[in-house]
Design a protein around this ligand. Structure first.
Ligand code: ADE
Length: 249
């Protein structure tokens, strides 16, 4: 998958994404990062990319021309049109579902804004999706774009190590992940839950499901309600599992 990133800070993207799992995915050729510097496409003699806003108000706005020309530079190289995702607090909130949808694309163009935003006219012209990573305002779209790239990349087959699958993670089935334990069996007086040492795999699966359900109910009632709407049969699970795991053990 190729991520084309239109940004004023290409070095920031390359530095962060070349580490760890995304770095390895790039080495393996599963993920490609093409960071395009919007400033390289300005027709201004002084390499300017921003200007005052019409109608007044504080702050500067990124101008349409350099953004559009940076976009054209990428779009003209593509065999078929790609989605253009603008990172903005005004977009729809990024979710695992949206990540899955984007992971099905072969190429994506991510547009990172700065200052007070980007001239609306170029957004109307090129943007297909607007994504926010949460209800807070960052200084630019680079960190949000990295969040999207990281989340989408780990869904691409082969990016996570052999045998590791993304589908037991939190959110893949609409529930939060169950608690996990590694050695030793006892640490600072705390024991690993008995069921995990029982060797009864079906029982372990039920316990994990129960933990996921209870965690989601307590921590994310919004997700829990949605899960019950999608899986009405889950309403009975709680009672059943409370009997099987009375001490939560
Ligand atoms: N740019 C600034 N803040 C943002 C946010 N919360 N999400 C996406 N892009 C942004």
């Amino acid at each position: 998958m190729v991520f084309h990133i239109l940004t004023l800070f290409p070095e920031m993207m390359e530095a962060a994404l070349s580490a760890s799992i995304t770095g390895r995915a790039m080495e393996k050729g599963l993920v490609q990062i093409d960071a395009v510097n919007i400033r390289d496409h300005t027709k201004s003699r002084h390499k300017k990319v921003d200007d005052y806003t019409y109608g007044g108000g504080a702050g500067m706005l990124m101008q349409a021309q350099p953004v559009y020309d940076a976009y054209l530079c990428v779009a003209q190289r593509l065999e078929k049109p790609a989605r253009v995702v603008y990172m903005t607090p005004q977009g729809s909130t990024f979710t695992q579902k949206k990540a899955e949808e984007l992971a099905a694309e072969e190429e994506l163009i991510l547009l990172c804004g700065h200052y007070e935003g980007i001239d609306e006219r170029v957004l109307e012209e090129i943007v297909t999706d607007e994504i926010s990573i949460g209800d807070y305002v960052l200084t630019g779209g680079e960190l949000p774009a990295m969040v999207v790239i990281d989340t989408v990349s780990r869904l691409i087959p082969g990016v996570l190590g052999n045998g590791v699958s993304a589908d037991t993670d939190s959110f893949m089935d609409g529930l939060l992940e169950y608690p996990q334990y590694s050695r030793p069996e006892e640490w600072r007086g705390k024991s690993v839950p008995d069921v995990l040492l029982s060797g009864d795999h079906a029982k372990v699966d039920r316990w994990r499901r129960y933990q996921s359900l209870m965690r989601t109910r307590d921590r994310r009632p919004d997700l829990y309600e949605q899960y019950l709407r999608d899986h009405p049969e889950a309403a009975d699970w709680e009672e059943k599992w409370k009997k099987e795991f009375p001490e939560n053990k």
